[in-house]
Design a protein around this ligand. Structure first.
Ligand SMILES: Cc1cc2nc3c(=O)[nH]c(=O)nc-3n(C[C@H](O)[C@H](O)[C@H](O)COP(=O)(O)OP(=O)(O)OC[C@H]3O[C@@H](n4cnc5c(N)ncnc54)[C@H](O)[C@@H]3O)c2cc1C
Length: 358
């Protein structure tokens, strides 16, 4: 699970002026490893100008499609997205880690549920996977998507969404909100903010009937929408969020004024792919991930900023203090999961397991 596999690229299509859709040709021997759930993401790795660069990209195909696909939007000055948009071609191969992430809910053919999605820009990618998978798997459920963009020309999956609307007559409602293109009703102009969310809920969406809301996009939009939904009475457990944020400012660890009683050193054991690997580290100096990587242990990671959750692992024994966390939900923390890139040991011994998912 922690390993990168070189996957051949079957095709690279230009979805908009600055977004490509990359489809992988998964060899039969790796099909099982690359099985995914709707809303999950892949970690891609490339050597760019001699640097090992890793980034997360949400899978944008439905589980039933039998296709592994991501959409990469070029960010101005962005290392990986610019490289991918110019260099990637069919026939090349790219290092890819199997799917991970928990931006989903269990589906059942018997469910009769109403789902709500809020996406902005490239935040549509996991939502597209979730919507298509859900409507195919749950014939009695329906989905409302509020999708924010600058203008029609920048809308990722515009045609694919229109096709879904035709395919699932009456079960998919699409609400486009545009910030730089005038639409007939004022309600659909501007950005997706807390106020916009409240207005939309007043006029178009009956929140009492919504079973789960999925939100994906930049941090501010996500916070505003999640806050507005909660303010209108939606329970926190019904709101699922996925942050796409390389926009989070990088922060450095602030050492604690005084360490708890005990040794300054921690004896760490890491379980990766069934192997137990041990090393010593200073408690408050570096994250468990950085310390482990320095020892040559192959611990999986990508953003190192507490956002992508690639380095998620479970504390089995001992304690850590976590700095930033933009990825784990409360129930995961309650079960002992931590982000190893943000985890600093506070006990004399620590056992963490990368192989546990639940
Ligand atoms: C779980 C997860 C799933 C993701 N899925 C997708 C996806 O499906 N499609 C997709 O295109 N991206 C997705 N991302 C974002 C992606 O991982 C990269 O962060 C993004 O492509 C930028 O990488 P880069 O190397 O080009 O930019 P970097 O070199 O890392 O950043 C360069 C500069 O651009 C700024 N920047 C980076 N990203 C953004 C942004 N989104 N908005 C504004 N400024 C930014 C940074 O602050 C930095 O100053 C996802 C992220 C996460 C955590």
């Amino acid at each position: 699970m922690s390993k990168f596999h070189p996957l051949p690229i079957a095709s690279v299509q230009h979805e908009t002026r600055d977004t490509i859709v990359v489809t992988f040709a998964v060899p039969p021997a790796l099909k099982e490893s690359f099985h995914f759930t709707q809303g999950q993401h892949l970690t891609l790795r490339a050597m760019i100008d001699g640097e090992d660069v890793r980034r997360s990209y949400s899978i944008c195909s439905a589980v039933q499609d039998d296709a592994l696909r991501v959409a990469i939007k070029k960010i101005q000055g962005g290392v990986f997205s610019s490289w991918a948009n110019t260099e990637l071609q069919a026939g090349m191969s790219l290092d890819v880690m199997p799917a991970m992430g928990h931006f989903n809910v269990p589906l059942s053919v018997e469910h009769q549920k109403n789902y709500l999605g809020f996406a902005a820009g490239s935040g549509i990618t996991p939502l597209y996977s979730i919507i298509k998978t859900t409507l195919l798997a749950e014939p009695l459920s329906s989905f409302t998507l509020v999708y924010g963009n600058r203008a029609s020309s920048t809308v990722i999956f515009r045609e694919a969404l229109a096709d879904l609307k035709d395919q699932f007559m009456g079960r998919l409602s699409l609400i486009y909100v545009m910030s730089r293109e005038q639409q007939d009703a004022d309600l659909f102009n501007g950005r997706i903010t807390a106020d916009k969310c409240k207005e939309l809920c007043k006029k178009w969406i009956s929140l009492d009937d919504i079973d789960t809301a999925f939100i994906c996009g930049p941090e501010q939009m996500m916070r505003e929408v999640a806050g507005a939904l909660a303010e209108q009475g939606m329970q926190k457990e019904k709101i699922k969020i996925e942050l796409f944020a390389a926009s989070i400012p990088s922060h450095s660890h602030k050492p604690r004024a005084a360490l708890a009683e005990g040794n300054q050193q921690c004896e760490v054991t890491v379980v990766v792919d069934g192997r137990h690997l041990s090393f010593s580290m200073e408690k408050d100096k570096e994250s468990v991930l950085d310390a482990g990587l320095r020892q040559g242990i192959e611990m999986r990671y990508a953003c190192k900023g507490g956002v992508c959750s690639t380095c998620r692992c479970k504390v089995i024994e001992g304690k850590v203090d976590m700095d930033a966390n933009y990825a784990l939900e409360d129930y995961e923390i309650a079960r002992g999961f931590v982000l190893s890139c943000q985890a600093y040991p506070s006990s004399d011994t620590l056992l963490i397991d990368f192989d546990q998912d639940n």
